[in-house]
Write a protein that binds this ligand. Structure first.
Ligand SMILES: Cc1ncc(COP(=O)(O)O)c(C=O)c1O
Ligand SMILES: [Zn+2]
Length: 428
């Protein structure tokens, strides 16, 4: 049961811009905008339904292009008030789309290879995009505490957004996360609670807390604010297309934890087509997982429509969700668009982190190692077409997962003189 106040749950005057209502993904049942996430008719997930009527394509394009260099340039397409850019938020987005020619040569991609590098966000992962949306919803619904269950990156994003906006934050993580992620989450001064268990245990605990008076008045960004939060990932799709000159890429490789990001990238691309901002032509979405937490990839390969939960065991901890809420929707999208879902071993993740660093000067966290590694594997198996324009997502910064490449270090240690330098075989 979601926490809600009587006014907010039924109040149609909440100003969240073009967001018109919440609509059930399964049965289409609509309810007013409020802090709810499950359909009262069928328990299906609720998502935002928009009213984009009245938008003129060319006016909208100009408005976006003259907007701020962050996600708020897309405010007319997001569940946020029109003056969102004036409110205290961490203003993520408009990260680099890097033309990765060196990596393309190594992988044999001839159609143009790009890395959408979301390590450039304020807390160094794509999670700032989704939290920025959830914060606006929390404001609209009168919450004063921001919370979440997190595999690490989300905790930092919530801590930072809450600090900036003057909210209390209290976030929950598995107790054994990477040190870099724990520090990144704690430094913003909010409360950070380690739970003895894995992410799925943390998530279950948060669902309990939401139904209890102990969690009353709390906005859990990825639970009772999930419909708003999830929309933040659409901005990745918008940015990629705008940065390609208002063009759809042919292929995208996207990491999967809960699967939310992948489903919203697809939603964003379809919206751009519907609004006439890009030409309507086919695109393929590929999902990427680590073998040690690959419930969606296993289901995809077995031809199943449902995802059987797994107990995660991988260095790609940010993607370690064994029971992914959006798994079945990811399967639908991969199949509908002619993509696929693939997984790579931890060793391949590390190799891919090093490959991206060596070829493009981008230091990715393990989630980026997963997408680059999966891209290579999909090319080798012929599922990804190297003659087509391909965008690979790097959703986080390598500084957060230093342990993954812990063996990387000094080439040599020498005395501070030229003889020693020559002896080490370093002279040109
Ligand atoms: C760095 C990074 N990339 C990708 C994801 C995948 O997110 P989703 O749960 O939307 O599939 C996460 C989720 O925690 C993440 O931390
Ligand atoms: Zn329903």
């Amino acid at each position: 049961m979601a926490v809600q106040t009587a006014e907010t749950a039924t109040n149609p005057t909440v100003d969240l811009g073009p967001a018109a209502a919440l609509s059930c993904r399964e049965c289409g049942h609509r309810v007013p905008l409020g802090p709810v996430f499950a359909c009262e008719e069928c328990f299906g997930p609720l998502e935002i339904a928009y009213d984009f009527s009245g938008y003129d394509t060319e006016e909208l394009r100009k408005r976006i292009e003259s907007g701020p260099a962050n996600i708020w340039r897309y405010a007319p397409l997001l569940p946020v008030p029109s003056d969102v850019a004036d409110k205290p938020n961490i203003n993520p987005g408009w990260t680099k789309l890097v033309k990765a020619d060196n990596l393309a040569r190594e992988l044999g991609v001839t159609g143009g290879l790009y890395v959408k590098d979301d390590s450039g966000n304020p807390t160094h992962s794509f999670k700032d995009r989704v939290v920025a949306q959830a914060l606006e919803a929390a404001r609209a619904f009168g919450f004063t505490t921001l919370s979440c269950s997190s595999t690490g990156n989300l905790a930092g994003a919530v801590g930072a957004a809450a600090a900036r906006a003057g909210f209390r934050s209290c976030v929950f993580i598995p107790h054994d996360l990477e040190q870099g992620k724990v520090v990144m989450a704690a430094v913003y001064g909010g409360e950070l609670i380690g739970i003895e268990g894995n992410y799925d245990d943390v998530n279950r605990f948060c669902s309990e807390l939401i139904g209890d008076p102990a969690g009353e008045g709390w906005g859990f960004v990825n639970v009772n604010l999930r419909p708003y939060y999830a929309e933040g990932s659409k901005t990745l799709a918008y940015e990629i297309c705008e940065q390609l000159g208002w063009r759809l890429p042919d292929q995208l490789v996207v990491p999967i934890a809960s699967g939310s990001q992948l489903t919203k990238i697809d939603k964003g691309l379809r919206e751009l087509i519907g609004l006439g901002l890009v030409e309507d032509r086919p695109y393929r979405i590929f999902g990427a997982q680590a073998e040690g937490c690959s419930p969606v990839s296993v289901a995809y390969k077995a031809g199943h429509d449902v995802v059987r939960p797994q107990k995660p065991n991988t260095i790609a901890k940010s993607l370690a969700i064994g029971n992914p809420a959006d798994g079945p929707y990811v399967l639908d999208i991969a199949r509908r668009t002619g993509g696929a879902v693939e997984d790579v071993t931890d060793e391949q993740v590390v190799d891919a982190i090093k490959l991206l660093a060596r070829t493009e000067g981008i230091f990715a966290e393990t989630a980026g190692g997963v997408t680059v590694g999966v891209t290579k594997k999909l090319i080798d198996s012929g599922l990804l077409d190297p003659s087509l324009t391909t965008v690979v997502l790097n959703t986080g910064d390598g500084l957060k997962t230093l342990d993954a490449v812990a063996g990387t270090g000094l080439t040599a240690t020498i005395r501070p003189n030229l003889d020693s330098f020559r002896e080490a075989g370093l002279a040109s």
